[in-house]
Every structure is written in C-alpha cells, then in structure tokens.
Design a protein around this ligand. Structure first.
Ligand code: PGA
Length: 253
C-alpha cells in the first residue's frame, strides 16, 4: 500500500518561541496515524533540532528540510548539504518547491543533482512540480509537469524512483486560497502516475506517493485526499495552525 502523507511546509515563518508553541499544540491535539500514514514537518533549518527533540518517539512523524545544496560540503556560504541534514536525523528533504524555482532560479538540471544527493545518503526527496496560471489557462499543464519530471527524475533507476515522494503543487493555488477542485487534482495526479508507469511500469508507478499542495485546509482535505491518486498533501499556510494541521492529518486515507 502506498504511503499516505501529510507534510507541513512552514516556509520562512515563526520565531523559535512560536515554533515551540505550535509543536506543543500539535502534540496535545488529537491525531492518529496508522501504519501506512506519515506526518512530516518541513521546518526552517534552524528549528530542526528543536522539532526533532519535541517530536522524538512519535511513530511515523518526521522532521524534514525545505531545501539542500547538491554538494556534500565545500565553499558554498550559507548553504546546507543533504549529509549535514542526515547527520541531525533528517530523512526527508523538500526539493524544487515553486518558490525556490521562481525566486532562486532553480533549474530542472540543478534539481536532478539535488535529487541524486538526497538519494545518495538514503533520504527521501519530496520533489515538487506544478504549473503556473498561464499554463493552466492554456490547458498545457500535463506536458509542462511531465517535462519537469522527465528532466529531473528520469535518470533514476526504478528502485530509486520508488524512494521519491512527488508533490504536485499548481502555483496558482499556492497561498492564494484557490484550490484545484478534487477532480482537477485527481486528473493531473493520475496523469503524473501514468508518466511514471510509461517509464518504469505500472507496478513501480503504483508505489509512488503523490501529494497535492495548494491551499489545503481542514475544510477541503478530506475531499481532496479521497481521490484515488492523491496520497496526501503538502501544506503551507494551514500547517501553521495546530488545529488545522491536526485535522488535515486525520483526513488522510
Ligand atoms: P499553501 O502552500 O498551503 O499555503 O497554499 C502550499 C505549499 O507551498 O507547499
């Protein structure tokens, strides 16, 4: 059975005391994870030790990084490498978020290098893809997303691709309050799975968790997650409110 995942992306938000309060509230909230479900917290890098300590001993709960550099070490001032994250217990790294692609000019080729770096140390890339509004309006979202996946991931072996989590995030739905309808989400998630099935075979494609991101909230999570090819969500704004994110965890299949 594919993993069902609720991933919080805190982005560049919260002071350390606010982060601590949010984690305490989450710990106090009612949320239950079954064996095939995971909750992942992509917190600002500086809060990783705090979050790791707070969430220690919680089954199927992980602290993640929001980005990494493809090199293991060297003269890259201000950057943090995948092995450094692994050394503090991080097992998941978000790659290619649309904000990084847009504001930091991250290319498909650079993201392929980062993916290799994360897989090389046995961690899980949460690889983001998704189209901007003009592509959606032109109706060419499938080929746009397919190119992102091909350019950054198709050099991987079948064994490696099963270790990647995909997050489909239509840029027009991120932080805008607009959400893809559950039909729109299902349609493109099924397409993404078919892209992997064509390259790696259906049995491999069926093992890949594909998360939906873009204004997921407690109020819409259940309906979006109920779609057959949606395996959870990558959640920005609503992950900063404990009651919202706890409800999103509870909406997992
Ligand atoms: P949002 O962000 O939930 O605030 O739309 C999602 C994301 O960017 O991961």
């Amino acid at each position: 059975m594919r993993k069902q995942i609720a991933a919080a992306n805190w982005k560049m938000n919260l002071s350390v005391s606010e982060a601590e309060i949010l984690l305490d509230q989450l710990l106090a909230s009612e949320h239950n994870l079954s064996a095939n479900q995971e909750a992942i917290f992509a917190v600002p890098a500086i809060y990783i030790p705090l979050a790791t300590q707070k969430l220690a001993g919680k089954n199927n709960v992980y602290v993640a990084a929001q980005n990494c550099h493809p090199k293991a070490n060297g003269a890259y001032t201000g950057e943090i490498s995948a092995p450094m994250f692994a050394s503090v217990g991080v097992k998941h790294i978000v790659l290619g978020h649309s904000e990084r692609r847009e504001y930091f000019n991250e290319s498909d080729a650079f993201l392929a290098e980062k993916t290799n770096a994360v897989l090389a140390i046995g961690s899980t890339p949460i690889f983001c893809c998704g189209e901007p509004l003009e592509i959606r309006e032109a109706g060419t979202q499938n080929s746009f997303v397919e190119a992102q996946l091909k350019n950054s991931l198709f050099h991987l072996t079948a064994d490696q691709i099963t270790k990647v989590v995909i997050a489909y995030e239509p840029i027009w739905a991120i932080g805008t309050g607009k959400t893809a309808s559950s039909e729109q989400a299902q349609e493109i998630h099924a397409y993404i799975r078919s892209v992997f099935a064509t390259k790696y075979g259906q049995a491999i494609a069926d093992q890949i968790s594909i998360l939906y991101g873009g204004s997921v909230k407690a109020a819409n999570a259940k309906e979006i997650f109920s779609q057959p090819d949606v395996d959870g969500g990558l959640v920005g704004g609503a992950s900063l409110i404990a009651s919202e994110f706890a409800a999103i965890i509870n909406a997992l299949k």
